[in-house]
Design a protein. Structure first.
Lengths: 281, 350
């Protein structure tokens, strides 16, 4: 078995500013060694440790999709030591990626189901990965209706804007894009917070409908009642959690919620599972 | 199974002989008390020690250990590409390890050697290590090992168990690793199996009689995890705690660690250090949000991990071997035995 602490060497192939306030950037990496991309085979919903020698590591959700080949992408918010350093790195720089880590959205269980994706703010990365995966011609027929509610503070803070508007024009996915507020008179989409857009636009739950939520704790907290009102039961609400992590492989001991380790037993849990653990996230 | 008699006059000579192939660790006593550490060529283990301040866990899990290295100098080939640090894993033996510390290594193994991932640093060290235990004939007042599936002559995890019989040791060789170590020392004076086992049984009974401290943990398994987590007693338990982390460092079963990078003259190292769940930084997010930001949450985490999460996850008992070090070392007298009792007897009021 290989050393789980040893990252695959990668080169930064592209860097895009992702939001108008420049607090998020999307990094595209290519693997230096042949064969490493295959070893890194991942599912939508997993994360990886971005590993900068001499600086440290950060756990970040994988924003590219398993159906996109030749590279991996991560959208990173500048917050601490490692992310700040990463934001100052250049195309061509060498660093490492360790993973894929954690579990993923339950794609087997979601087959032949309606899927409602709910995201807010920066937490749209693994959701983007999921949407691209589901919309892939090889996969789209596996799922019934797909609805997406995605909100940000302002239009310029929405991630992956071009893709969002492209999905908006398709007829095999129902997009419900919203912003907290905007002074743009031409804004064609929703205005308002995610919970209220969910309540007014998301489909009512039946046995075959599942919701995937990713977002800041406050959004998750206020979206739950909206979903409950629409008839979603705890096992139909799927969430991805974050906690401080170091090893990413269930050994260093800090990311636990009760006996579950967010890095290894998660980050994806159903609300049913979360209701049985201490709320230490 | 095989018993060997080792005359104490031959002990030092024997272990010195083993130094050709083994790196030796053992109890060393100085003005700061007894520690398990590497034995320099001219140092013999202090086999008369009672308790060591720190456990033997550091032999397999050093307090600070380099795991990866690379050069940041762009003129060097392979710069910024991390490689495993060149640690050596030559055979090593821990002499005089207490049975509870050996059992603790088996519990820690559950964390570092899993079906999904193998921690190569801990596992390679584990595989290289032979554990030569020393039975406890005079248990200290903090020892409650018999309450938690261990004991003064517990063999779990050991390769050899020694009994101190004044002028000689009686050695019970438990594994092929133990046989190899005895052979490397030249210890080969066979003792009668039946008589020797009878002697071990007596010693064990005598020693266990001297352990007066008991704690019941039998009901923990059936408690509802969230009931214990939300129980009203945590504020009282945590009240005096100063979050110093001593309990976690002296504990033979605490394995939590941190990973940090360091750069010296363009040479970068990634290493891991012992960490402690008592520290607020242990769980603080980059945003400042902290899921265990309050002291009581951290104290609860430590006891819930040892006495409930671990038990529920592995079904191999609690994560405690009853050495009593945390009880003895705690500056404010927080006692895991009382906490275990409180948890074990807790009934949720509806």
């Amino acid at each position: 078995m290989e050393n789980p602490y040893l990252p695959y060497p990668v080169r930064i192939d592209d860097i895009q500013i992702a939001t108008e306030d420049k607090s998020l950037k999307t990094f595209k990496f290519v693997f230096l060694n042949e064969g490493d991309e295959e070893k890194f085979a991942y599912h939508a919903g997993q994360f990886a440790e971005l590993s900068i020698p001499g600086v440290g590591e950060i756990p970040i959700g994988i924003a590219s999709s398993p159906v996109e080949k030749g590279f991996v992408k991560f959208t990173v918010f500048r917050a601490g030591v490692v992310t700040s350093h990463l934001h100052n790195m250049k195309i061509g720089d060498i660093m490492g990626i360790r993973g894929p880590l954690g579990n993923w959205y339950p794609w087997d269980k979601l087959e032949n189901k309606n899927v409602v994706i709910i995201g807010g703010g920066f937490a749209f990365t693994t959701l983007r990965s999921s949407i691209v995966y589901m919309l892939d011609p090889a996969n789209r027929s596996k799922f019934k209706n797909i609805d997406v509610v995605y909100g940000a503070r302002s239009p310029g803070m929405l991630l992956y804007r071009e893709e969002l508007f492209e999905w908006e024009r398709r007829d095999d996915i129902n997009m419900h894009i919203t912003v907290d507020g905007t002074d743009d008179p031409d804004w064609k989409y929703h205005t308002g917070f995610v919970p209220q857009v969910v309540e007014q636009n998301a489909p009512k739950a039946d046995e075959d409908t599942y919701a995937i939520i990713c977002g800041p704790p406050i959004m998750i907290k206020f979206t739950q009642p909206s979903l409950t009102q629409l008839g979603y039961k705890p096992h139909q609400i799927i969430m991805s959690l974050e906690n401080r992590m170091k090893c990413g492989i269930g050994m260093c001991g800090r990311c636990n919620i009760g006996k579950e380790l967010v890095c290894k037993d998660g980050p994806v849990f159903t609300l049913d599972q979360i209701n049985q653990t201490p709320k230490e996230y | 199974m095989k018993f060997i008699t080792i005359d104490k006059k031959d002990w030092t000579q024997g272990i010195d002989k083993s130094r050709k192939t083994y790196q030796l660790f053992g109890p060393v006593t100085d003005e700061n008390g007894c520690k398990i550490k590497e034995l320099d060529a001219d140092v013999a283990p202090d086999m008369d020690y009672h308790e060591s301040v720190m456990s033997a866990k550091s032999v397999l899990f050093p307090q600070s250990e380099t795991i990866l290295t690379t050069s940041l100098n762009e003129a060097v080939d392979d710069h910024h590409i991390m490689k495993r640090a060149e640690n050596t894993y030559t055979p090593r033996a821990i002499l005089g390890i207490r049975p509870y510390d050996a059992k603790a290594i088996l519990l820690v193994k559950l964390n570092f050697d899993t079906d999904d991932y193998r921690d190569p640093y801990w596992c390679d060290a584990y595989e290289a290590t032979t554990l030569v235990g020393l039975g406890i004939t005079k248990p200290g007042p903090f020892d409650f090992s018999t309450s938690v599936g261990c004991g003064p002559f517990c063999e779990e995890g050991l390769d050899i168990l020694l009994a101190d019989l004044d002028d000689h040791y009686l050695a019970k060789v438990l594994t092929p690793k133990g046989e190899a170590y005895a052979a490397a020392c030249g210890f080969d004076a066979a003792a009668d199996d039946k008589e020797s086992q009878a002697l071990f049984d007596i010693l064990q009974l005598e020693a266990e009689k001297n352990i007066t401290s008991r704690v019941e943990t039998d009901k923990l398994k059936d408690k509802v995890l969230l009931d214990l987590h939300e129980a009203p007693f945590w504020d009282d338990i945590a009240f005096a705690c100063i979050n110093c982390g001593t309990c976690t460092y002296v504990c033979p079963t605490c394995w939590c660690f941190d990973i940090q990078d360091e750069v010296k003259q363009k040479q970068s190292s990634r290493f891991r250090n012992w960490d402690t769940c008592m520290s607020p930084l242990f769980t603080r997010h980059a945003t400042g949000h902290n899921p265990r930001g309050a002291k009581v949450q951290r104290v609860r985490q430590r006891f819930m991990h040892k006495l409930k999460y671990f038990l529920d996850k592995y079904d191999q008992g609690i994560m405690c071997v009853g050495c009593g070090r945390c009880v003895k070392s705690c500056p404010v007298n927080i006692d895991i035995r009382q906490v275990a009792h409180t948890m074990n007897t807790f009934e949720k009021k509806d």
